[in-house]
Design a protein around this ligand. Sequence first.
Ligand SMILES: *[C@@H]1O[C@H](CO)[C@@H](O)[C@H](O)[C@H]1NC(C)=O
Ligand SMILES: *[C@@H]1O[C@H](CO)[C@@H](O)[C@H](O)[C@H]1NC(C)=O
Ligand SMILES: *[C@@H]1O[C@H](CO)[C@@H](O)[C@H](O)[C@H]1NC(C)=O
Ligand SMILES: *[C@@H]1O[C@H](CO)[C@@H](O)[C@H](O)[C@H]1NC(C)=O
Ligand SMILES: *[C@@H]1O[C@H](CO)[C@@H](O)[C@H](O)[C@H]1NC(C)=O
Ligand SMILES: *[C@@H]1O[C@H](CO)[C@@H](O)[C@H](O)[C@H]1NC(C)=O
Ligand SMILES: *[C@@H]1O[C@H](CO)[C@@H](O)[C@H](O)[C@H]1NC(C)=O
Ligand SMILES: *[C@@H]1O[C@H](CO)[C@@H](O)[C@H](O)[C@H]1NC(C)=O
Length: 284
Amino acid sequence: METTKKLLVLFCLFFIINQAISESEHMETFCNKSSTSNNTAYNTNLNTLLSTLSNQSSSANYYNLTTGLASDKVHGMFLCIGDVNRTTCNACVKKATIEIAKNCTNHREAIIYYFSCMVRYSDKFFLSTLETKPNTFWSSTDPIPKSFGKFRQRLSDKMGEVIVRSSLLSSSVTPYYLQDTTRFDDHYDLESVVQCSPHLDPRNCTTCLKLAFQELTHCCGDQLWAFIFTPKCLVSFDTSNSSSNIIYFQRPKRSGSCSLKGNNKILGGMVLSVAASVFSLLSF
Ligand SMILES: *[C@@H]1O[C@H](CO)[C@@H](O)[C@H](O)[C@H]1NC(C)=O
Ligand SMILES: *[C@@H]1O[C@H](CO)[C@@H](O)[C@H](O)[C@H]1NC(C)=O
Ligand SMILES: *[C@@H]1O[C@H](CO)[C@@H](O)[C@H](O)[C@H]1NC(C)=O
Ligand SMILES: *[C@@H]1O[C@H](CO)[C@@H](O)[C@H](O)[C@H]1NC(C)=O
Ligand SMILES: *[C@@H]1O[C@H](CO)[C@@H](O)[C@H](O)[C@H]1NC(C)=O
Ligand SMILES: *[C@@H]1O[C@H](CO)[C@@H](O)[C@H](O)[C@H]1NC(C)=O
Ligand SMILES: *[C@@H]1O[C@H](CO)[C@@H](O)[C@H](O)[C@H]1NC(C)=O
Ligand SMILES: *[C@@H]1O[C@H](CO)[C@@H](O)[C@H](O)[C@H]1NC(C)=O
C-alpha cells in the first residue's frame, strides 16, 4: 500500500475513534517561515491583537484591527462561518488565537483554519487583497454513487449560480455568506455553501470563490462532500440522501463518513503542519 493510502486509513480510524470531526476542529496552521523575528514590541502588539480578536468574537462574526506603530504594526482578523452561532464562533476563535500564538512563536505572519473559523495576523496590510494561498481542503473519502447521475455538471452549475448570488450580499449581516440546498431527481440533496471575507469587494469575492471552487473540483469533485478554506473565502458542498435520512456530511457537524485532508504541500513559502495529533506529518 502506498503511503498516502495508509495514512488515509489511519485518518479514518482516527476519526472513527474520535467520533469524527466536530465543528471547531482544526484544519491546518501556516506559520510563514520566511518572516520571523524576536522583536519584543511586535510580539507585545501581537499578543494584544490576539487577545482583542478573542474578546471580540463573543459579539461579532468577523473583526479586523491593527495594533502598534510603524515597523511594529500588526494587522489581524478573524472570520467565523456564517452558520455558526456566537457561542461556537467565540469558542473557535479563542482556541485559534491560543493555538496560533503557541505554534507560530516568533513568526511575523501566520494563518490558522478551523472548520468554523479562521484567524490571521501579519506585519503587512492584507484586508482587501485577493489571495488564494495558503489554503486547506478536506473531503470525504467516499465517492459519489453512480445513481447521482451527472453530479459534476450539476455541482458546477449550482455552485456557479450560488457564487453569483453571494456577490450581492456584501452588506448583509454575514457578508457574502450563502447556503443553498437543492434536491435532484427526488433522490439526493446538494448543499452548497460559500462565503468571502467581508473586506473583499464583490468582484474580488466572485473571483476568489471561482478559484476556490476550481481547486475544490480538481481535488474532490467526485466525493460526497468537500470543503476548502482560503485566506479570503470558503466553498463547500455536501450531499445527502434525505429519503433515507442519511446525512453524509454537514461541514463536519455530524460527519457520517470519514474524511481526508488534502493539500499536503508547501504553499507560498509557508510551512504546513498537519493537525491530527497522531501524525506529526511535516511534508516537504
Ligand atoms: C529567536 O529566539 C529563539 C529562542 O530564543 C532563537 O532560537 C532564534 O534563533 C531567535 N531568532 C531570531 C531571528 O533572532
Ligand atoms: C479580553 O478580555 C479579558 C477578560 O475579560 C481581559 O482581561 C483582557 O484585558 C481583554 N483583552 C483586550 C485586549 O481587551
Ligand atoms: C477594518 O478594516 C477596514 C477596512 O480596511 C477599516 O476601515 C477599519 O477601520 C478596520 N477596523 C478596525 C477596527 O481596525
Ligand atoms: C450554538 O451552536 C452549537 C453547535 O451547533 C450548539 O450546541 C449550541 O447549543 C448553540 N448555542 C446557542 C446559544 O444557540
Ligand atoms: C481586488 O484585488 C486586487 C488584488 O489583490 C486588489 O489590488 C484590488 O485593490 C482589489 N479591489 C478592491 C476594490 O479592493
Ligand atoms: C437513497 O435512499 C433510498 C431509499 O432508502 C435508496 O433506495 C437509495 O438507494 C439511496 N441512495 C443512495 C445514493 O444511497
Ligand atoms: C512570507 O513572508 C515573506 C517575507 O516577508 C513574504 O515575502 C511572503 O510573501 C510571505 N508568504 C506568504 C504566503 O504570505
Ligand atoms: C501545534 O504544534 C504541535 C507540536 O508541533 C502540534 O502537535 C499541534 O497539532 C499543533 N497545533 C496546531 C493547532 O497547529
